[in-house]
Design a protein around this ligand. Structure first.
Ligand code: FUB
Length: 449
């Protein structure tokens, strides 16, 4: 990406920004623990906001560090708007702002008000002498805020990872975790418990459980949560007929990260007749898994209501316009040999990734590109090849029709090369970049005109 520093600076000054993305979907900061909600015909995502621990604050360098929350929204799940910071640890009376402990949040709408639930370390002990994590609420008239935090955390709740379900009869439930998973009814005001906390029974006894997210589909309540069955978290679920359980363990939604990101954290939402799983991975911080990034992939149910396991992708979801910057490193498929991806800059990881093709016929496939109806005449490719190379751009599959041949000049630098498009085909296609010789070639992006 050109001039990344000024891009980030611009976003910081404005407090908002428009981001066009595959996975991860937030590309201007770290983000984790995504709770996705559909409000007013748009998807809003409320994640945690990981940051590297600031110096001189006595904070652990090897632990989570979170000082505030942002909210993001999208109508097409491809272009995301960052609406800026909505709640900061420095602006909540009950939060110990030296702890940087604003962990996984949730947000829900009731009667036109938006209730944002968040955990953080308390600055005063409760009547039982307990400090630790409390769960607070901030209220707004719009999903983007401004949010006004309550001055006290919810009484009777010690824990993290709040999640709220409003059932079809209007009863609201608060779920949270603290070793076990807990549930309690919420009063109509959404700010106080209306029943004693209940430790949800029949869940695995062994291994950490956290991050409850409950949703209802066809009268079935799905309790989803990360659980350490083996060494790191995987996403599992249990089902029941009642929001307070009992729930029966039913399956795995997503396996453990192959790259060993210790945590995962999910939410599941239906939007425009498709179900989606939001989760996180440490894409921009491969060496430190407490600086994470949120992702989205499609989720499907079997006819018996069971959730099919979701295989994480880099492509994510949504359609990419051929006239936008297409990043083939967010691929759907790579040839078995001679194709790989790598960070453009291992220090400034937010610069993104590149695709490397280094064998004859090596290829990378990027799905669901919309070529529109009007003939696109040229394609620009940002590429680099020390010995020069020829790339073919094909449609739909590795041996599909060739629509352009791109000659990447011999150079140690990145070049933007233009090539003519022949045999233009309108509509949505998969795009395949195929190497025509053996000279290593790196590709940053391509764009049709
Ligand atoms: O983000 C901090 C904690 O990591 C969350 O609260 C947990 O769910 C885990 O993702």
């Amino acid at each position: 990406m050109k001039n990344y520093k000024s891009f980030i600076f611009g976003l910081a000054v404005l407090g908002v920004g428009s981001l066009s993305a595959q996975n991860p979907i937030v590309r201007n900061q770290f983000s984790a623990d995504p709770t996705a909600r559909v409000f007013n015909g748009k998807v809003y995502v409320f994640p945690s906001h990981d940051i590297p621990a600031p110096e001189g604050k006595g904070l652990r360098k090897d632990w989570f560090c979170m000082a505030d929350y942002h909210v993001f929204s999208s109508e097409n799940l491809t272009d995301w708007t960052d609406h800026g910071m909505i709640v900061s640890q420095n602006k909540v009376a009950w939060v110990d702002s030296t702890t940087y402990s604003m962990w996984a949040p949730d947000c829900i709408e009731r009667n036109g008000k938006y209730y944002f639930y968040f955990p953080a370390n308390k600055n005063v002990a409760d009547p039982n002498g307990r400090k630790g994590f409390g769960i607070g609420v901030a209220v707004a008239d719009k999903p983007e805020g401004p949010y006004i935090p309550q001055t006290e955390p919810i009484k009777g709740v010690n824990g993290i990872d709040p999640n709220v379900l409003i059932d079809k009869d209007g009863q609201a439930y608060l779920y949270w975790s603290m070793g076990n998973l807990f549930v309690a009814k919420l009063k109509e005001n959404m700010l106080e418990l209306d029943s004693e906390p209940l430790a949800i029974p029949n869940l695995p006894q062994k291994g950490l459980k956290e991050g409850p997210f409950v949703f209802e589909r066809n009268g079935v309540y799905y309790l989803t949560f990360p659980h350490v069955e083996n060494k790191i978290e995987r996403l599992e679920y249990a089902i029941g007929n009642n929001p307070m359980g009992p729930f029966k363990m039913t399956g795995v939604i997503m396996d453990e990260s192959p790259e060993n990101c210790w945590t995962n954290h999910q939410s599941i939402v239906q939007y425009n007749n498709q179900w989606y799983l939001f989760y996180h991975h440490n894409d921009y911080s491969p060496k430190f898994d407490k600086n994470r990034s949120i992702r989205v992939d499609s989720l499907f149910f079997d006819t018996d209501g069971k959730i099919r396991k979701v295989i994480p992708t880099l492509r994510g979801v949504g359609v990419t316009s051929a006239k936008e910057n297409i990043q083939p490193d967010r691929y759907n498929k790579l040839s078995k040999t001679g194709a790989s991806i790598a960070l453009l800059d291992t220090v400034n990881t937010f610069s993104g990734w590149k695709t490397i093709l280094e064998a004859p016929e090596a290829w990378v496939q990027y799905n669901t590109v919309d070529f529109g109806r009007k003939k696109l005449k040229t394609v620009e490719v940002k590429a680099q090849s020390e010995n020069g190379s020829t790339l073919q751009i094909r449609l739909d599959k590795a041996d599909g029709p060739v629509i352009a041949e791109v000659n990447v000049p011999k150079s140690k630098n990145w070049n933007t090369v233009e090539a003519k498009v022949s045999k233009f085909q309108s509509g949505i296609h998969n795009l395949v970049l195929v190497m025509k010789d053996e000279n290593k070639t790196e590709i940053d992006w391509l764009q049709f005109k």
